[in-house]
Design a protein around this ligand. Sequence first.
Ligand SMILES: *Cc1c(COP(=O)(O)O)cnc(C)c1O
Length: 359
Amino acid sequence: MEVKVIEAAPEQRKPKPPSESQLGFGKIFTDHFFTMTWNSGEGWHDPVVEPYHPLQIDPTAMCLHYGQEIFEGMKAYRGKDGHGVYLFRPTENIKRMNVSAERLCMPQIEEKLFMEALEKLLSVDQDWIPRSEGSSLYIRPTMIATERALGVHPSNEYLFFIIMSPVGAYYAEGFSPTRIYVTEEYIRSAPGGIGYCKAAGNYAASLYANEIAKKIGYTQVLWLDAMERKYVEEVGTSNIFFLINDELITPPLSGTILPGITRNSIIQLAKKWGMHVSERKLSMDEITASIANGAMQEAFAAGTAAVVSPVGWIFYRDHEYALAEGKIGKLTRRLYDEILNIQYGIQEDSFGWRVKILN
Ligand SMILES: *Cc1c(COP(=O)(O)O)cnc(C)c1O
């Protein structure tokens, strides 16, 4: 199966954003997108890169009623001195999307076809990849159920599409430690659920607690486990790490946590640096005790959008705790620099994480 390319006519093309410093996140989209459809008779067919346009789906399309919708988030980077276009561990995103697809009874996508779609889409829209330091092109592969029917069952038709958005340096004004709010009342995921999938429903379920946090001045929610409301799981839509007594701790992948690619990269880097890294349960009691006795050194969130994001303050049971005096920890800074330098080709990539997609 060949990916067809239909290039946008000059009048279908959008003006490029005037200033890369004002890109923000997820507001501007490129001139093209990739689409392909699936049905139970033909499997995936008609893969095409075409001019970006609104989708037409029936009001009964099953994704709108029963939530069969999954996605991924990855980035393309221009190499040093503007040479080449690179992705960071893209096959990990493809594998994870297929894991999400399996859990939601959606069809698998072959890695080779997925990579060809990315390559052809990036090729026609390469002028959209920003050039300024720290900027990149965010890529959002998405799959939705499109069968026209009510009644709960796995859809017989799907649409897969990939859209792309130029994004500025996440920390345009510099690193600023975030304020996080621990909720004991709400959870994002429970054992046996879909917490390990990048499925739309997980994000809908997280909004309510996040609004509560925002109302009292916190940027993100720190989620606890569903069973005991005791152990930390994730922060907002990122994985969480704590450095306590020189032990780098992150919760284990027990099915309720999204297996972040940034999380995995941090674990591998920290181990390479000879650090003591633990994937283990970490309770709020241990966290508050280690803040009280001075063992807590730093905490940060990890995900593709921001890479790492320092945690400055934690609100838990009517108390606000400051971490690293609300400053950026040394390890947080080192990981951020190291991962960005690998992504942009400034530093040697000893793990082979960088994949050249265009020359
Ligand atoms: C995407 C995501 C992450 C981070 O994953 P990366 O692969 O590092 O981007 C963590 N938690 C949740 C809930 C996510 O959706």
